[in-house]
Design a protein around this ligand. Structure first.
Ligand code: PEP
Ligand code: MN
Length: 356
């Protein structure tokens, strides 16, 4: 798949991220134009604004709809920016293609629904339009569903695709609006290395002060771009006001981003990766040996008619190892998850012995 190319935030070399910036929603023609003018003056080249807003509950501001297309056309005419908006139905697709919008994205609630994604893909195919489309992750951390949405568009002949990581809904308490769960987009990148990856720190964080650190994390992980909510008057925004920043604040956030140079560090990176490979070899070998012993224990328990699971011993073992991990500077929760996975597999192996 061809890499999606866009003008970059600054004139610096390609290693600056592509930044798509603009309000959560187009509210009025004046607010849309005001925000776009401030953004272009601050160096941004790609403007976003939601026209159809998928709201969790009825009664909220549901967007201005197709009426906002003329405003985006004005942004394009007067500022020279590329313009982007969200589509969720075939009617949206028809309206934005007729209106000359440059870039589309599919929202998190829509990408979770294969019928809706297929409808969008079919509508795009009817127009034969190879417009760039960015697919947000579905609200739940279901990588296959995310990939499935991308494949539906690819099968419809779209070649300029990208993905947006906007975090995941979770019952878990978090300082963020949506859990980042970075391992999901990283795995997406491993599976589809050519697919440009954008991060949406606004919807992950849900707070203005979270935009900069999340954007930096995305850069550290090698994301290609950002999509960030910016509004001329964030406090007066009709949707998502807690997470919107002013164009000037966004320019400052982008200026401060440290984008690491890939080439310079390659040599030492290679040797570090070699070290990781060797350590992984050791880990695998140890795990294989541990499973072997678990099977021997299973055999012993079977011969002596003992139960496989001895809960008291397991709890004590877990607590001791978690404490030990913390002493070694590791995260206790991480060690608990690793040990639980290893233990679960040991029990399964012992049960197999019982069945023999
Ligand atoms: C948006 O980008 O304004 C939006 C609705 O985002 P999400 O689909 O990620 O909730
Ligand atoms: Mn929003």
């Amino acid at each position: 798949m061809e890499k999606l190319r866009f003008p970059f935030f600054s004139d610096a070399a390609d290693r600056r991220p592509a930044v798509i910036a603009g309000p959560c929603s187009a509210e009025t023609e004046e607010q849309t134009l005001d925000t776009a003018r401030q953004l272009v003056a601050a160096g941004f080249r790609i403007f976003r604004a939601g026209l159809w807003k998928p709201r969790t509950k009825p009664g909220g501001f549901e967007g201005v709809g197709a009426a906002g297309i003329a405003w985006l056309q004005r942004v394009k005419r007067e500022t020279g920016m590329y313009v982007a908006t969200e589509v969720a139905t075939r009617e949206h697709v028809a309206a934005v293609l007729e209106g000359g919008i440059d870039l589309l994205w599919i929202g998190a609630r829509t990408s979770a629904n294969p019928f809706a994604v297929q409808e969008i893909a079919d509508a795009l195919q009817v127009f034969g339009a190879d417009i760039p489309v960015l697919v947000k992750n579905p609200v739940s951390p279901d990588l296959e569903l995310w990939i499935g949405a991308i494949e539906r568009l690819r099968n419809a002949g779209l070649s300029r695709l990208g993905a947006i990581h906007r975090g995941f809904t979770s019952a878990e308490k978090s300082v963020y609006r949506n859990l980042p769960m970075w391992s999901v987009p990283i795995e997406l990148h491993r599976r589809m290395p050519q697919l440009p990856l954008f991060c949406d720190p606004s919807h992950i964080g849900g707070r203005r002060d979270a935009v900069a650190p999340l954007a930096q994390q995305a850069m550290d992980l090698g994301f290609d771009g950002l999509i960030v909510e910016a509004h001329a008057y964030p406090d007066a925004a009709w949707s998502d006001k807690e997470q919107q920043v002013t164009p000037l604040e966004l320019a400052e956030i982008c200026r401060r981003l440290v984008v690491r140079e890939g080439a310079e560090t390659t040599e030492s990176l290679d040797s570090l990766r070699g070290e990781i490979d060797k350590l992984d070899d050791c880990l695998l070998d140890l795990l294989a040996r541990r499973m072997h012993v678990a099977r021997d224990i299973g055999r012993y328990k079977k011969e002596h008619a003992m139960p496989v699971l001895q809960a008291a011993r397991y709890e004590a073992l877990l607590a001791r190892r978690v404490a030990q991990a913390e002493e070694l500077g590791m995260d206790g929760g991480f060690m608990r998850r690793v040990l639980q996975a290893v233990h679960e597999e040991s029990v399964r192996q012992q049960m197999e012995k019982l069945d023999e």
